[in-house]
Design a protein around this ligand. Structure first.
Ligand SMILES: [Zn+2]
Length: 163
């Protein structure tokens, strides 16, 4: 089946609406995908966005995008690297809201949990859990050490008492 190509001006848009393509789609009839090409944050993207249709009561065909991330139907896609539906956009948005320090804390907690250590860096380091490989333990230990240093440093920076 045929694919529609978009213009390069697409790179200026962060929102992609199926209505933009209504005329093109009506003419081509059976396009199964729309090819997009753009660069975003220094990375080049070129891939097809799959389309699907429904038949509304008033006749004709209604076109939809298929979200690459969740495979659901969407009439509008948002650019987050690749174009995704609003729901996927929101999901990603929450992790973007986290500051790097929050993420480091989260990672620290995850490591401590795997090591079966008490929550919170202030509790210091514990033992190697029973049944955990030495190499795994060493790897987690060194990551824990680096993260702890970063987290402490960030806390000190926040308090403005480093220099
Ligand atoms: Zn989605």
């Amino acid at each position: 089946m045929a694919a529609l190509a978009t213009t390069s001006s697409l790179s200026d848009y962060h929102r992609l609406s199926i209505s933009t393509y209504r005329d093109q789609l009506r003419k081509s009839g059976k396009a199964s995908s729309i090819d997009v090409a753009y660069s975003y944050r220094g990375k080049s993207y070129r891939y097809p966005i799959q389309l699907t249709t429904t038949a509304p009561h008033y006749g004709g065909l209604r076109h939809w995008f298929i979200c690459k991330s969740c495979s659901n139907r969407a009439s509008v896609l948002y650019r987050k690297g690749i174009y995704v539906c609003r729901r996927c956009m929101r999901l990603g948005y929450q992790s973007q809201l986290q500051t790097p320090i929050d993420r480091q804390f989260d990672r620290l907690s995850a490591i401590r949990e795997r090591l079966e250590w008490q929550r919170g860096v202030a509790h210091g380091i514990g033992e190697r859990p029973k049944g955990m490989h030495r190499t795994t333990y060493d790897k987690l230990m060194s990551e824990h050490e680096q993260l702890t240093a970063k987290v402490w440093q960030a806390s000190l920076d926040k308090l403005n008492c480093t220099r």
